[in-house]
Design a protein around this ligand. Structure first.
Ligand SMILES: NC(=O)c1ccc[n+]([C@@H]2O[C@H](COP(=O)([O-])OP(=O)(O)OC[C@H]3O[C@@H](n4cnc5c(N)ncnc54)[C@H](OP(=O)(O)O)[C@@H]3O)[C@@H](O)[C@H]2O)c1
Length: 255
C-alpha cells in the first residue's frame, strides 16, 4: 500500500478548489508536503497556515506547462525534502467549447495544462522512483474523460488522454514497484465549477471529495471515483452503443 505518512508528497494545483482542500487534508498527516500552482502569494499564505500542523509544508510556485520549470521544481523539492515519494498531478482547468465559435487554441491550451502538465511532472519524478523501486503517482482526471459530452470536447479529450496514459503507464511501472492511481471526480464545488451555468447532479463539497481521495490513496486504489452515484451512471453510459448514448445525452442536455 502507498504510504502518505513520513513521505515527500508533491501536490500541484494546490492554490484553490480540490487541490487546496487536499493540501489542508494532507497537512494533518505527518509528512513533507510540497505545494505548487502559479499564484505564489496564495501558496505562500497557505503553506504558512498549514505549517502549524504535523506536516512540513513548503510552497513551490510553478507553471506546470513549462517543462524546464517542472524539472527545476522537482530538483528544488528533492533538495529541500528529499525525492518525491508521492506525486499528485491535480492542476487543471475547464473551458467550455462550442462548435459555432470553435477555436483550436482552447484545445491546445487545455491539452497543454490538463494532459502535458501532468505528463511533465510524471517525467520529472519517475526516474528516481524507478531507481528507488518505490513511488506513487496520482493523476486527477475526470468522469468526463469516459465519453464525449456537449461543450466539453477539449476538456473531455484532455481527461480521456490522461486516463489512457496513466492506465497504460501502470503496466510498465508495476514491475518497478511504482504504483499509479487515477482520480475521476464528478462535480465538486470549486472555483472551476462555480463558473458553470448548467445543472451539476450530485455536486459534492471539496472537503468531502478529498476524504474519498485520501481514503482511496491510502488503499492504493487503481481508480478513485466520486460521487459514487454519478460515477456509476457514467460507468453504465460507457458501455452504451454510440446511437443510444447520443440520444440519451442529447435529450438530457437539450443539445
Ligand atoms: N471541480 C470539479 O468538479 C472537477 C471534476 C472533475 C475533475 N476535476 C479536476 O480536478 C482538478 C482541480 O480542479 P478544481 O475544480 O479544484 O479547479 P480550480 O479550483 O480551478 O483549481 C485549479 C488549480 O490548478 C492550478 N493551475 C491552473 N493552471 C496551472 C498551471 N498552468 N500551472 C500550475 N497550476 C495551475 C490553479 O492555480 P493557479 O491559478 O494559482 O495556477 C489551481 O490551484 C483539475 O484537474 C480538474 O480538471 C475537477
Amino acid at each position: 500500500m502507498p504510504q502518505l505518512e513520513d513521505s515527500t508528497i508533491w501536490l500541484t494545483g494546490a492554490s484553490s478548489g480540490i487541490g487546496e482542500a487536499l493540501a489542508r487534508r494532507l497537512a494533518r498527516i505527518p509528512c513533507r508536503l510540497a505545494i505548487s500552482a502559479r499564484r505564489a502569494d496564495v501558496l505562500e499564505k497557505l503553506a504558512g497556515e498549514l505549517n502549524e500542523g504535523p506536516a512540513t509544508v513548503r510552497a513551490f510556485p510553478l507553471d506546470v506547462t513549462d517543462r524546464d520549470a517542472v524539472r527545476q521544481t522537482t530538483d528544488a523539492i528533492a533538495g529541500a525534502f528529499g525525492p518525491v515519494d508521492v506525486l499528485i498531478a491535480n492542476a487543471g482547468t475547464y473551458k467550455p467549447d462550442d462548435p459555432e465559435h470553435f477555436d483550436a487554441e482552447i484545445c491546445d491550451d487545455t491539452m497543454r495544462l490538463n494532459f502535458s502538465g501532468a505528463v511533465y511532472c510524471i517525467e520529472a519524478v519517475m526516474p528516481a522512483m524507478i531507481e528507488r523501486r518505490s513511488g506513487y503517482i496520482v493523476g486527477v482526471s475526470s468522469l468526463v474523460g469516459y465519453r464525449g459530452l456537449p461543450r466539453a470536447s477539449a476538456y473531455g479529450a484532455s481527461k480521456a488522454a490522461l486516463i489512457n496514459f496513466l492506465e497504460a503507464l501502470r503496466f510498465g511501472l508495476h514491475h518497478h514497484g511504482v504504483q499509479v492511481s487515477i482520480v475521476n471526480p464528478g462535480f465538486v464545488k470549486t472555483p472551476l465549477t462555480d463558473k458553470n451555468d448548467f445543472e451539476m447532479p450530485f455536486l459534492m463539497p471539496a472537503d468531502r471529495a478529498v476524504e474519498v481521495m485520501v481514503r482511496g490513496m491510502e488503499r492504493g486504489k487503481k481508480e478513485i471515483y466520486f460521487p459514487w452515484q454519478l460515477a456509476w451512471i457514467f460507468k453504465l453510459m460507457r458501455v452504451l452503443p454510440f446511437p443510444l448514448y447520443h440520444r440519451l445525452i442529447a435529450a438530457r442536455t437539450g443539445k
